[in-house]
Design a protein around this ligand. Structure first.
Ligand code: PEP
Ligand code: MN
Length: 337
């Protein structure tokens, strides 16, 4: 069982709840966020009654959640989570498109990409400054210089920015610049990193690990939520299968499944999900119809010269065409774009 304290609950109200739980012979796990505290009751809580806690001062709700992911589950919250990033609503009626290059490479590259995706109607600019590369000899990203260039692109276009944070130690620095922190597939189960981004209130974009089940993904999200950050976005970016023709196998099932299991926004990444630019548009359109709350799409002004993921990056013209198609499809999914 979990007990959700009101945002206005005082320390003494919280202490009384905790002491009551302990007196009943249970252990307690406290998740203190900026907005509110959640008291997790550990152990077999079948014999506890919810109403016993719901009458206590400072308590908003006591909930019995059967899923192992508690705060992430639909049982915890029936309505979709919607939150605002610099005026862009994530998880609402409007499909949110995050677009931009895989990596920030230079000032001219990121500014050109930013203006192009803005022109085509994207809502958020993506670009990696810290890159999780398979080889230590590959381009690792521009680091803080890349963050500064993203901030300049935001200033010029008004687009909020999403960028990856690779390690817990870098969270404060990346959060100084980023409007959304991306946790990449390779880091989905880096629990120290999940806890670190859970302790701040910058929204987190959590990508599914390449060999992770949906439950693994939701349990990873739970780490962030349990640390107090409720602004989490789930991302399906394809998984490893025996198929070699595509880079990954995009799991279209994940979209309706995650929407059933969780109230968190779900975004599809057909770029990493396929690894081939020709396949990005069909999978983007399928994702929208499957119920995705948004899309992440790699766009590069000159894909052939990209320092990473050129093969799956759209040219600006193709991205603009895709946006037109998505706009036409959105009403079929009862969405706007
Ligand atoms: C990326 O978004 O560029 C990226 C590295 O993605 P993933 O973690 O899904 O591989
Ligand atoms: Mn990439």
């Amino acid at each position: 069982m979990i007990i959700i304290m009101k945002p206005t609950a005082s320390n003494s109200e919280l202490n009384t709840v905790v002491q009551t739980v302990r007196d009943l012979g249970f252990d307690v796990h406290l998740s203190s966020g900026e907005a509110r505290t959640i008291v997790g009751i550990l152990g077999d809580t079948q014999r506890l009654s919810r109403s016993r806690f719901e009458v206590m001062p400072g308590v908003e709700q006591a909930l019995r959640v059967s899923q192992p992911f508690k705060v992430a589950s639909r049982e915890f919250q029936a309505t979709d989570t919607v939150f605002d990033v610099r005026g862009v609503k994530i998880g609402g009626e409007q499909i949110v498109v995050m677009a931009g290059p895989c990596s920030v490479e230079s000032r001219s590259q990121i500014l050109e990409a930013a203006h192009a995706v803005k022109e085509a109607g994207a809502h958020i600019l993506r670009g990696g400054a810290y890159k999780p590369r398979t080889s230590p000899y590959s381009f690792q990203g521009l680091g803080e210089e890349g963050l500064k260039l993203l901030a300049e692109a935001r200033e010029q276009t008004g687009l909020p920015i999403i960028t990856e944070v690779l390690g817990a130690a870098e969270v404060p620095l990346v959060a100084e610049y980023a409007d959304i922190l991306q946790i990449g597939a390779r880091n989905m189960q880096n629990y120290r990193l999940l806890q670190a981004v859970g302790k701040i209130d910058t929204p987190v974009f959590l990508k599914r690990g390449m060999s992770s089940t949906l439950q693994d993904l939701l349990m990873a999200a739970e780490y962030i939520l349990a640390s107090g950050n409720y602004n989490v976005i789930l991302c399906e970016r394809g998984i490893r299968t025996f198929t070699r023709y595509t880079r990954n196998t995009f799991d279209i099932n994940a979209i309706p499944a995650l929407k059933q299991l969780s109230h968190l926004p779900v975004i599809a990444d057909p770029s990493h999900g396929t690894g081939k630019w020709e396949m990005v548009a069909p999978i983007a359109k399928a994702s929208l119809i499957a119920g995705a709350d948004g899309l992440m799409i790699e766009v590069h002004p000159h894909p052939a010269q990209a320092w990473s993921d050129g093969a799956q990056s759209l040219k600006p013209e193709r991205f603009a065409e895709l946006m037109d198609e998505l706009r036409a499809l959105a009403p079929l999914a009862h969405r706007t774009l």
